[in-house]
Design a protein around this ligand. Structure first.
Ligand code: IPD
Ligand code: CA
Ligand code: CA
Length: 278
């Protein structure tokens, strides 16, 4: 089966630049709100279904609205799948922008300084470019990790290469359930799936596993990790073994928004260690 015609690199590079601008725009909204008392509500239709695990702040909504306005001007034919508003369908051949304006909202509203803004670009189910603004980084400052298919991982436009220190015998894994984590790594739960993706790409985490992420949590991160020489694995809910992640839409007609599968990101050697029978 032949895949979709690739997007010309110049076009993809231009979209990567827009993703960086949009991630920085959301990052500026987040930083501008620091120290203010934020309006926060919890998702759920009514008092019965409300989940205090699922907060949304005024910043989440404002940042996504700004991002949508910018995309409507620049790419009116493209789709938008964002966390805070209804999906905007685009032309079938056009890209879909997977937008999480604030990832790690529970951290953000509590002032715990680990959160991100995540812009992924998906073409016919395949993540092709992305940018993640992170509240902190390998450089101990906020900044934006970004990449496109066939390109290299960059941090604020500078090329970034993973340098592993062979003296370190026990490295870190991002885990949704620290108590049940694989024993080969020290487990970390950060509260931001997008930051974990960016940190795997940058080599701060060796691997990260997500139990049932949304496409907007991980679309950008998959591109970043692959650009850094890593791989993404997934498995269908009825499957025991991890297999290479290829697309958010494995079956014809699948909607991006319907995808919810476990995901594992890492460098090939670390993935082999992580998935080896214990
Ligand atoms: C959440 C964070 C969290 C992950 C959840 C996500 P949000 O995103 O990434 O780390 O465990 O599954 O929904 O709600 O803060 O954008
Ligand atoms: Ca999220
Ligand atoms: Ca979010």
């Amino acid at each position: 089966m032949s895949g979709p015609a690739p997007i010309p690199d110049a076009e993809l590079e231009a979209m990567e630049r827009v993703a960086v601008d949009l991630a920085r725009l959301a990052g500026a909204e987040i930083q501008g709100a620091l120290g203010r008392t934020l309006a926060v509500r919890y998702k759920g239709a009514d008092a019965e279904t409300v989940s205090f695990r699922d907060p949304v702040s005024e910043v989440d909504q404002r940042a996504e609205a700004l991002i949508r306005d910018r995309l409507a001007e620049l790419y009116p034919r493209h789709g938008i799948l964002g966390e805070e508003y209804d999906e905007k369908p685009g032309d079938p051949d056009a890209c879909v922008w997977a937008v999480d304006p604030v990832d790690g909202t529970a951290n953000f509203i509590n002032g715990f300084p680990l959160f991100a803004a995540c812009i992924g670009i998906v073409h016919r189910g395949v993540p092709v470019a992305g940018a993640i603004w992170c509240s902190t980084s390998h450089a101990l400052r906020p900044g934006t990790y970004h990449a496109r298919r066939g390109g290299t991982l960059r941090f604020d436009d500078e090329r970034l290469e993973r340098v592993a220190n062979p003296a370190i015998r026990r490295r870190l894994a991002g885990e949704p359930d620290v108590a049940a984590a694989s024993g080969a790594f020290d487990a970390r739960k950060t509260g931001s799936a997008a930051i974990e993706c960016a940190f795997v790409a940058a080599g701060l985490l060796s691997v990260a596993r997500f139990a049932a992420p949304n496409p907007w949590d991980v679309a950008a991160g998959i591109v970043l990790v692959e650009a850094a020489g890593g791989r993404a694995l997934t498995r269908r809910t009825d499957a025991a073994d991890w297999a290479p992640f290829e697309t958010f839409a494995p079956d014809a007609g699948d909607r991006l928004n319907a995808w919810r599968q476990p995901l594992l990101l890492g460098h090939p050697d670390d993935l082999a260690t992580y998935t080896a029978p214990s």
